[in-house]
Design a protein around this ligand. Sequence first.
Ligand SMILES: C[S@@+](CC[C@H](N)C(=O)[O-])C[C@H]1O[C@@H](n2cnc3c(N)ncnc32)[C@H](O)[C@@H]1O
Length: 314
Amino acid sequence: MTEFEHVPVMPDQVIEYLSPKPGRVYGDGTIGAGGHAELILESAPDTRVVGLDRDPAMLEIARQRLSRYGDRVRLIHASYEDIGEVLPDLNLEKIDGMLLDLGPSRDQLAGRTAGEGRGFSMWGDEEPLSMAYDPGQPRTARELLARLSERELKELFGQTLRGGEVGSVVKSILKARESAPIETTAQLTALLREALAYRGPAVEKRMAAAYAAIRIAVNREIEVMKRGIDEAVEVLRTGARLIIISFHGLEHGAVRSHLRNLEGKRLGPPRLIGAPRSKGKLKVLTPRPLFPDEGEVAENPAARSARLHAAERL
Ligand SMILES: C[S@@+](CC[C@H](N)C(=O)[O-])C[C@H]1O[C@@H](n2cnc3c(N)ncnc32)[C@H](O)[C@@H]1O
């Protein structure tokens, strides 16, 4: 059995909001190590899961973990934004709920997949600077750090770093790449540590924020998430639930406002609370995103920044 580290976050809330029913089919757009999928398969008799992941190594972990469920589980190497194309190949048109658990899994961060780390984390051993969930995609961290203009780099790091930090990191990258390409986590970590050092003891948090900005850009995570929600809405049956777990401040706001956009628009004066809405595609069930309780965070500190958003297809 393949080992895995990833512990599914907010398990009780995921099952409460997804509310799986016997014999129904659920999409897990980011199956990862299969933790949430296992909960769905255990939550009611004969539930079925269509699991997608961009990382073939994570699909292999999920395959081994979920093998005892036989053909109740179908695993596909695809991005969740393509769920609409995947389902017809499985003779499915609609599904009864969908989960998106965004961001990298602990196994990817720990560089334990595909025999070779992909540079997701500044804590691991020296790894090539890919940060692509799909190892087959040409867009990598290495490639972006070599190619982006000063303005584009400022935009990228401006997503997660503060003004002065952005200038300092971008200046260091431009200088470093004049002599040699930035190709490994060791190089990037040393560069960031130096560029951000004068910012005081919280430097590691700021370095992690810089890593997150690069990973989000490499995988175009915000655009993909929006397209993924739009696609999910098209394949969900009326009454089916969409659950999204986000981990990063950038994602929380983007998920929330995108779900709101798909809710009906308020008719009448914009501030009139209680004014009727035009018919939208979704009803948001979590006006404020839910977060993990203290007990969960104590047991699984990685869950600390998780936020759960739930909506129902109208
Ligand atoms: C946080 S992990 C999911 C963990 C999983 N819920 C569990 O309990 O084991 C997120 C997974 O999403 C995958 N991923 C990221 N972007 C994706 C995309 N656009 N489409 C499909 N999978 C994606 C990553 O490769 C990773 O395996």
